[in-house]
Design a protein around this ligand. Sequence first.
Ligand SMILES: Nc1ncnc2c1ncn2[C@@H]1O[C@H](COP(=O)(O)OP(=O)(O)OP(=O)(O)O)[C@@H](O)[C@H]1O
Ligand SMILES: [Mg+2]
Length: 280
Amino acid sequence: MLEARNLSLDYVLGKKRKAELIPAFRALNMALPSGSISSVLGPSGCGKTSILNVIAGLVRPSSGSLLLDGAELSGLRPKTAVIFQHYGLLPWRNVEANAELGLLIQRLPAAERKKKIHPILEELGLMDFRRFYPDSLSGGMKQRVAIARALAIEPDLLLMDEPFSSLDALGREAAQDFLLELRKKRPMTILLVSHSIEEAVYLSERVYVMAGRNPGFIVDSFDIEPNRAEKRFGNDSYSADYQNMRDSKELLVYAKAIRASINRFMSDEKEAVPGQGGLA
Ligand SMILES: Nc1ncnc2c1ncn2[C@@H]1O[C@H](COP(=O)(O)OP(=O)(O)OP(=O)(O)O)[C@@H](O)[C@H]1O
Ligand SMILES: [Mg+2]
């Protein structure tokens, strides 16, 4: 279980007395069951990327705590992988060299890096493209390189920042299904940031809805019962047809409830602060 308890972040701009605090998010409470997929949904600027950066240990929170299976989390840890909002591929490194970056940082020798990377490139259909540079790849392929890089470190916690937002509708659905298949093979806890209610509802067993800006905060959370990890990934017959869930009435009910929650909050907010609100 990954828990955020009363977690807040203010960015500090400038130094000492001239320092200015930019509030990013406030008083966040989250609980992500081990092996679950959870999502954070919210408008642009509400602090979603900032939350991932704090959980990844890239940014220190201003207050509150993060616990992984009861132990305090602080700073970077080797089993946390992050897929950044725009994939974060280095244009001067080819597919293979991008994919092995995490292992390079762990100072693994070249032969061992290859031993780990090649089966993953194979699994993701990238082996034939391993000498290609990011510029010559499609959006979906770039995304898979970013996934390969994340999987190479054998993460138990995978943080994904709008991983599918630059794919077209069909590519996006395929990538979502692919993520479910990856999770079925590997017992990772996954947290993803999304702008799409349908995507969050299809993929997650828990959805956190955020609102506000400077700071943003959680306004609601939803447990999507049919997406519980034990149900979806623990049993072969169910897993085989989870793709039929995409258009199911069962999930539609959750999407409606989430949409209603967002709309309710936005209309309250509009009354309080004219001109604010709106999902990007
Ligand atoms: N490095 C930074 N320094 C100072 N302030 C920052 C920094 N990064 C983000 N912010 C502030 O924190 C707020 C939240 O930013 P963040 O990138 O987490 O939002 P987001 O929800 O991921 O937005 P988007 O959906 O557009 O990606 C922003 O409104 C911005 O004011
Ligand atoms: Mg962001």
